[in-house]
Design a protein around this ligand. Structure first.
Ligand code: FAD
Length: 390
């Protein structure tokens, strides 16, 4: 009974199945019990709450759409989206940990890996016994990953990997890294690099003011000998990493609506209770404008996500549709966090309320997995047929 009731202005719950609601409520309960009470402290200390790994694994948040035979949940994409929404209502860093593991590590191994690679890694990644990270971004190549410098050359039944990746979520504690690198012909391939391989290190990135409860680091490869059997055989070229990103971006579109809901819910309750000039601040037109616009944008984003989920379940969602949903959801969530902060006045900047933490987190989420600008250019290219990137 005391489960959080999310804003549902257009009765979107009626579009969900019984299974969707069960999955969502299970994650919602867990976030309420195991994440929300402690997450502010972890963020203040810039520490990763490692206890969540077991919970995320038990709830099936790692690779929920991966088939059961490989340890996944065998769920549909709407169930996956709802899970991400609930996790991010807790904290974007917690959702990031699950997104990376499911969409950026398990997805490429499942989609492009050999049967042996799938059997070796997927069940352990699903349970959280093994954690992974995804290395695409480099110090000099962010929005333009095609220019990557990380490369490998053949050496018998091994390859020798050199280069560096930057801004890698989960890197400091990951057991494996799915790394995208160029071979001697300049083709991009994915390799599974394991912690402990000589010459492989993962220095932590310190001093972040955003996603402080998510561990971020570099991946440094100094003549790392990787067995050829660790190369993902099923893909070459940029479409490998880009298809992983499309899967993760879909989860982000749902996730940030969760952060927006938490900000809206907090601001609405606060505005009804806070008295100034002898009346609740919720009674002032300027406050109502903010709250009314928040719920309108949340509702629009919820409907867009639900429709995108239906298309994805039918195998019809395009990467450009995912880009639009990710960009829109991050944009509205960032604005909602800022308006919610404003409604709380001075209290809005403290850790007693979740708003400032969401607001700072969203500054990363609007940038990673394709920036706000890049997603706009993807829409632009999709509707005009003209590439404005270069
Ligand atoms: P840049 O590409 O240098 O862009 C800087 C600015 O220029 C942006 O505003 C951008 O929109 C704009 N810009 C660039 N090109 C164009 C253009 N053609 N037209 C118009 N504007 C343009 N990466 C991973 O591989 N794995 C991870 O796990 C991961 N986790 C991350 C976690 C965090 C907390 C953060 C902050 C980043 C993470 N990233 C990860 C990296 C992230 O994906 C990149 O930061 C992002 O792709 C942008 O790259 P950049 O930071 O190098 O910015």
């Amino acid at each position: 009974k005391d489960v959080f009731q999310s804003p549902d202005y257009f009765a979107i719950d009626e579009l969900l199945t019984e299974e969707h609601r069960l999955v969502r409520d299970a994650v919602r309960q867990w976030v309420k019990k195991d994440v929300s009470p402690v997450i502010e402290d972890y963020c203040q200390q810039a520490a990763f709450p490692s206890h969540i790994i077991q919970g995320l694994g038990q709830l099936g948040c790692f690779g929920p759409t991966i088939p059961v035979e490989y340890g996944g949940g065998g769920l549909d994409h709407i169930a996956y989206g709802l899970m991400m929404q609930e996790l991010e209502r807790g904290d974007s860093g917690v959702r990031s940990t699950a997104s990376v593991q499911g969409s950026l590590v398990m997805y490429p191994i499942y989609t492009f890996g050999s049967e042996e690679q799938k059997r070796k890694y997927l069940p352990k990644l699903a349970s959280g016994e093994m954690m992974g990270c995804f290395g695409l971004t480099e110090p000099d190549h962010g929005s333009n990953p095609a220019g990557m410098l990380t490369h490998y050359k053949e050496d018998g039944d091994h390859v020798i990997l050199n280069g560096a990746k930057m801004w890698i979520s989960n890197a400091p504690f990951a057991d494996i890294a799915v790394v995208w690198a160029k071979n001697e012909q300049g083709e991009i391939h994915g390799l599974v690099v394991e912690r402990g391989m000589e010459g492989f290190s993962t220095p932590e990135t310190k001093g972040k003011w955003s996603l402080r409860a998510s561990a971020t680091g570099e991946l440094v490869f100094d003549n790392v000998r990787v067995p050829k059997s660790h190369i993902l055989p099923g893909v070459k070229g940029l479409k490998g990493p880009l298809s992983c990103l499309s899967s993760a971006r879909y989860g982000i579109a749902w996730g940030v609506v969760g952060a927006a809901m938490d900000c809206y819910d907090t601001a609405l309750r606060y505005a009804k209770e806070r008295i100034q000039f002898d009346r609740p601040i919720a009674g002032f037109q300027l406050t109502q404008k903010k709250l009314a616009e928040m719920i309108t944008e949340i509702t629009k984003a919820q409907l867009l996500n639900w429709r995108l989920g239906v298309l994805k379940n039918e195998g019809k969602a395009t990467p450009a549709q995912v880009s639009m949903a990710k960009r829109n959801a991050c944009d509205i969530a960032t604005q909602i966090a800022r308006d919610a902060r404003q409604i709380l006045g001075g209290m809005g900047i403290t850790g007693e309320y979740p708003i400032m933490r969401h607001m700072m987190n969203l500054e990363s989420v609007i940038t990673y997995e394709g920036t706000h600008e890049i997603h706009l250019l993807i829409t632009g290219m999709d509707i005009t047929g003209l590439d404005a990137f270069h």
